[in-house]
Design a protein around this ligand. Structure first.
Ligand SMILES: Cc1cc2nc3c(=O)[nH]c(=O)nc-3n(C[C@H](O)[C@H](O)[C@H](O)COP(=O)(O)OP(=O)(O)OC[C@H]3O[C@@H](n4cnc5c(N)ncnc54)[C@H](O)[C@@H]3O)c2cc1C
Length: 209
């Protein structure tokens, strides 16, 4: 970021330390465009199709995505799916959940045996099915995403997904670890107050007259 900005400021961009400091200054000053230079390539695997559908709503920076095919995947041995903790924790609930998933698998197989094309059988696949996508996005998009999705009111799987992204990027480099620590936060931490109608109470709601 600092190198790109430095080019436009006529700065000495051969000094890596100065570049780094300049990049941080840009972030601190809210010069959002510079945060579009760091490109992030990710494989998101084993998350539900449901959370990936929510992930797709974040279109800032025109991210590029490829997703696992539901036309060609062979469901002969069933499909992986995400099980919510609430279902795991409730006696009897996981049996209902697992039986439903198995029933769907049996129906997929039965339809295929009847000669129905796999792309049509796949209509039965649930939002809870695990999927995989390959994403290219940028720092700005991810910071913005964190404000919505690290909110305690966001869907729990997306909160977990944000945690996973933060962990993976923090492990990638110290520079990323710094950015995650200082810029990835729920919107209430950004504003200093909560703007959600139903607040979790983490931050007080702003008194709007
Ligand atoms: C508690 C909670 C509940 C939610 N419930 C739902 C729900 O029920 N259904 C649902 O669909 N979503 C829901 N969301 C997601 C949310 O409303 C957004 O749709 C999602 O976060 C992605 O959109 P975005 O604008 O935040 O991000 P992006 O699309 O990545 O946009 C990022 C920023 O870029 C700018 N921008 C983007 N597009 C434009 C544009 N066309 N013109 C000008 N500026 C633009 C804006 O400044 C925007 O903030 C929920 C979020 C939370 C936290």
């Amino acid at each position: 970021m600092g190198k790109e900005a430095g080019v436009c400021w006529g700065a000495d961009v051969s000094d890596a330390k100065k570049n780094y400091k300049r990049g941080l200054d840009c972030l601190q000053s809210g010069h959002g465009r510079v945060a579009e230079y760091p490109q992030v390539y990710m494989v998101l695997d084993d998350y539900s199709a449901r959370v990936i559908r929510e992930f797709y709503t974040h279109i800032g920076g025109s991210p590029t995505r490829l997703q696992a095919s539901t036309r060609y995947i062979d469901y002969e041995n069933g499909f992986d799916y995400v099980t919510p903790v609430s279902i795991l924790a409730k006696s009897g609930a996981s049996t209902i959940y697992e039986n439903t998933m198995q029933e769907i698998t049996h129906s997929l197989q039965a339809l295929e045996e009847l000669g129905i094309p796999r792309e049509d059988c796949a209509m039965l696949l649930p939002l809870g099915m695990a999927t995989r996508i390959v994403v290219r996005t940028n720092l700005r998009n991810l910071i913005d995403m964190s404000h919505q999705r690290m909110c305690s009111r966001a869907y729990w799987e997306f909160q977990n997904l944000m945690d996973d992204i933060c962990t993976a990027l923090s492990e990638y480099s110290d520079e990323w670890a710094y950015v995650i620590e200082h810029y990835f936060k729920p919107k209430c931490e950004l504003y200093g107050y909560c703007i959600e109608k139903q607040s979790c109470g983490r931050r007080a709601k702003k008194d709007i007259q």
